[in-house]
Design a binder for this molecule. Structure first.
Ligand SMILES: Nc1ncnc2c1ncn2[C@@H]1O[C@H](COP(=O)(O)OP(=O)(O)OP(=O)(O)O)[C@@H](O)[C@H]1O
Length: 260
């Protein structure tokens, strides 16, 4: 095998897949027959109108919800019956909303706390912060890599909304995920912050898979290699952004018309 071939294989490797995923809530089926392949080093968007089932799919993949039917495979291991904490330790990590950031700790301490639970476990929380000093170097590297070095001593509560989201991503990266799930990372942001986070997501996806739910379609167009469109719990269309955005069924689902 040539190096070029090895590179292509590495790039196209499926790291997370679902087959026939289904979730019922009582008599209501929120997710039905969903097949998904998430690739290493690619940004994959999950889009769809409100109530399409995007959050439910995220909850199923991270095992916060148990599927009613179907299978999920992470890095070659069937995780359909695996509990969520173990799935996180295996490398599938969801970026939590801002509440995951400790508002009264500095930026640096937030990352140090995240680094000392590399397996997603919080059992060492009682340790005094001073005991985390050995993690300083890694924390500083991580902050530099996401562009937060200058804000290291700022208390998280004093950061702007956009910078808090960057810190949130940094604390998630501290867990060194192989597959990163981002839940509407651009929600509530101004255009400047959107560009910064978009660049950051592109960068972090160079060495891991990213699956993101996102309503901002220009972001999806700019940074996502692959798009899956959900509607009423089922896959309506998939492919690159150009393919799905030109699909008449997607236009109807989003705008109620086939016209552009
Ligand atoms: N725990 C639950 N019990 C009952 N129904 C639920 C539950 N969770 C979700 N649903 C329903 O499943 C459907 C899909 O919801 P979901 O939140 O996954 O959609 P979504 O695509 O994430 O929507 P949004 O873009 O508005 O966040 C909705 O009709 C919702 O009401």
């Amino acid at each position: 095998m040539t190096n070029a071939t090895a590179h292509i294989n590495e790039e196209s490797r499926v790291v997370l897949s679902a087959r026939g995923l289904r979730r019922d809530f009582g008599g209501f089926t929120a997710v039905r027959d969903v097949d998904l392949d998430v690739h290493h080093a690619r940004v994959h968007a999950l889009i769809g109108p409100n109530g399409a089932g995007k959050t439910t799919v995220f909850n199923l993949l991270t095992k916060f919800l148990q599927p009613s039917a179907g299978t999920i495979n992470l890095l070659g291991t069937d995780i359909t019956r695996t509990p969520p904490d173990k799935v996180a330790r295996m490398g599938l990590v969801r970026s939590f909303q801002i509440s995951a950031v400790f508002p009264h700790l500095t930026v640096l301490d937030n990352v140090r706390v995240a680094l000392q639970r590399p397996n997603g476990l919080a059992h060492q929380f009682w340790r005094p912060l001073a005991a985390l000093d050995t993690l300083n170097e890694r924390a500083e590297q991580l902050l530099a890599s996401v562009g937060l070095a200058k804000e290291r001593d700022i208390v998280a509560a004093d950061l702007s909304y956009g910078r808090k989201r960057v810190l949130e991503i940094a604390t998630t990266l501290a867990l060194d995920p192989k597959v990163l799930l981002l839940d509407e990372p651009m929600a509530g942001m101004g255009q400047e912050d959107v560009s910064v986070i978009a660049d950051l997501i592109r960068e972090v996806a160079r060495t891991r898979a990213v699956l993101m739910v996102e309503h901002n379609l220009s972001v999806v167009a700019n940074i996502c290699h692959h798009v899956t469109v959900l509607q009423r719990g089922e896959i309506l269309a998939e492919g690159n952004y150009e393919t799905v955005s030109n699909d008449p069924r997607v236009r109807v689902a989003y705008m109620g018309t086939e016209e552009a």
